[in-house]
Design a protein around this ligand. Sequence first.
Ligand SMILES: Nc1ncnc2c1ncn2[C@@H]1O[C@H](COP(=O)(O)OP(=O)(O)O)[C@@H](O)[C@H]1O
Ligand SMILES: [Mg+2]
Length: 197
Amino acid sequence: MIITVASNKGGVGKSTSAVHVAAFFSARGPTLLIDGDLNRSALQWAKPGKLPFEVCDIDEGVMLSRKYEHVIIDTPARPTAAELAKLAKGCDLLIVPSTPDALSIGPLLEMCKQLKGRNYKILLTLIPPKPNQSGADARKAIAKAKLPLFETGIRRLECFKKAALAGVPVADVKGDSMAGIAASCYQKVGEEILSND
Ligand SMILES: Nc1ncnc2c1ncn2[C@@H]1O[C@H](COP(=O)(O)OP(=O)(O)O)[C@@H](O)[C@H]1O
Ligand SMILES: [Mg+2]
């Protein structure tokens, strides 16, 4: 399976999603994460050598990808809608992470019009805890626009930052009582991907 993670905005949990989707697939077969982002977050995450999958840059990716059953691609920030449509064409699924705040959802819906007919799914990320309603509001707006959305949303949890710093998937973060819940968010995303396959 080839899965691309891309978004029209930076800081929306793209690299975090790529790492955890790769962690999910690595339990099912050899998995490669190609870090196509210039800020190299995924390569940085992999540096301590504790991730259960290989991470490489885009140049190595061309050569290495044939050897892997699953390839996850983290992409450069801010592609245009046309570039996103092209990205979606080349993979089995394009995951478009977005934060749920109202200021992000408007441009997201606009951009998704260009992705019509493509195999993509929006993933709400960094969802703030209740009583904040932005997660629920974003879900309604996306449903109203009849756009594909993961049923699972990713909660905003500090342990995701700890995971990046420690160079591990969030499931392996020690001493944080929310790590299991954080890991289960992406576990469900992985299961949704497989159930649609
Ligand atoms: N679900 C989350 N909860 C809390 N912090 C998160 C979450 N997802 C990402 N982050 C943090 O938000 C920042 C941006 O995430 P990142 O995955 O690097 O986004 P992008 O690749 O889209 O720029 C990072 O500091 C990351 O640790
Ligand atoms: Mg990134």
